[in-house]
Design a protein around this ligand. Structure first.
Ligand SMILES: Nc1ncnc2c1ncn2[C@@H]1O[C@H](COP(=O)(O)OP(=O)(O)O)[C@@H](O)[C@H]1O
Ligand SMILES: [Mg+2]
Length: 324
């Protein structure tokens, strides 16, 4: 009996180990706390937050912490779901409902069984699909396309979106009744720039992971490279950090990541000034200045790193910026 307990405990530990959600900052520890409490219930959870903040990771975590953890975890991205297919993917389809339907097919609601169904990018569902989803949630039953029988489902529902739902609600792009139905408990994932303490442990974990993939053992990140990582604005959040580390591991000459190994994604959204500055009637000088500012921004304001990327001296960089 005792022996059995110990073995189970070990298995559980190595399981959570594999899907570690890194959370050092207070904000993220609170998120995990709420997620664990939500996992103990059956309430529908809405995960919101910018892209790359870890909404999908958290959905899996809620499932893993719940009593349903041994049951299926099914995820469907509503943005990748053509309106015409949404209904059959969600609720299933009866043989002969349309020419392609040669046999009965289960939808994800039923396929998820006693497990968890995660509807990602929920705001992208068409209004029609939203209405049908709402009906299913209210009834606890789904009706496959072309069938006149309703089937009960038992799966627990999690949803996520990177959109601000309230404006969509005002514009009539989200049905208010569905909004209230999925909004029982909302967990807002903080942007990475609002929890920079998570950056070092995330970098460590990603170094380890990328190191394994590239068959090299990375010792770490130099102090100046870490300063850049800490200062960057991370518009793509944890996903962007993962990509930056991944690339750095692939490119680094040594087993320590240096500033020149870091290439930050340049986000258009982040520098609308740049888009404006390169309109057809801008002077070369204006474009140059805008470009320098953009590179500077991408390097967290570090002038030495920006000058290096631009292939000019730091003095030249100062001079060119002062011209503005
Ligand atoms: N707290 C975290 N700990 C470890 N990895 C994370 C964490 N948050 C995000 N990631 C990783 O970052 C990437 C993006 O996360 P994801 O959950 O897909 O974001 P979202 O669904 O919000 O766009 C994934 O590769 C994920 O594994
Ligand atoms: Mg996601």
């Amino acid at each position: 009996m005792l022996r059995r307990e110990v073995v189970r405990l070990r298995a559980a530990l190595s399981h959570t180990d594999r899907n570690t959600v890194i959370a050092k900052s207070r904000a993220m520890r609170q998120v995990l706390d709420t997620a664990r409490r939500a996992a103990a219930t059956n309430v529908t959870v809405l995960l919101t937050g910018e892209t790359g903040t870890g909404k999908s990771v958290l959905a899996q975590y809620i499932h893993d912490c719940s009593q349903r953890c041994k049951e299926p975890f099914l995820q469907i991205n509503c943005a990748a779901l053509p309106a015409a297919l949404a209904e059959s993917e969600l609720f299933g389809v009866r043989k002969g409902a349309y020419t392609d339907a040669r046999e009965d097919r289960e939808g994800v609601f039923v396929a998820a069984g006693n497990g968890t169904l995660f509807l990602d990018e929920i705001a992208e569902l068409s209004l029609e699909a939203q209405a049908k989803l709402l009906r299913a949630l209210d009834a606890g039953m789904v009706r496959p396309v072309g069938s006149d029988k309703e089937i009960p489902f038992r799966a627990r529902l999690l949803t996520a979106t990177n959109r601000q739902l309230e404006p969509l609600l005002k514009e009539g792009r989200i049905r208010p009744d569905l909004y209230y139905r999925i909004h029982v408990l909302r967990i807002e994932m903080p942007a990475l720039r609002e929890r920079r303490e998570d950056i070092p442990p995330l970098v460590d974990a990603f170094l380890e992971k990328a190191g394994q993939r590239h068959g090299r053992r990375m010792a770490g990140v130099s102090a100046s490279a870490m300063r850049l990582l800490m200062r960057h604005s991370w518009p793509g959040n944890v996903r962007e950090l993962l990509n930056v580390v991944e690339r750095a591991v692939a490119m680094a000459e040594h087993d320590v990541i240096l500033p020149e190994d870091l290439a930050f994604n340049e986000s258009r959204e982040n520098s609308p000034d740049f888009e404006q500055a390169i309109s057809a009637d801008s002077s070369l000088e204006a474009v140059e200045r805008a470009y320098i500012r953009r590179v500077l921004e991408a390097h967290g304001g570090n002038k030495a790193a920006a000058a290096k990327v631009l292939g000019i001296t730091r003095k030249t960089l100062y001079r060119k910026l002062e011209g503005s």
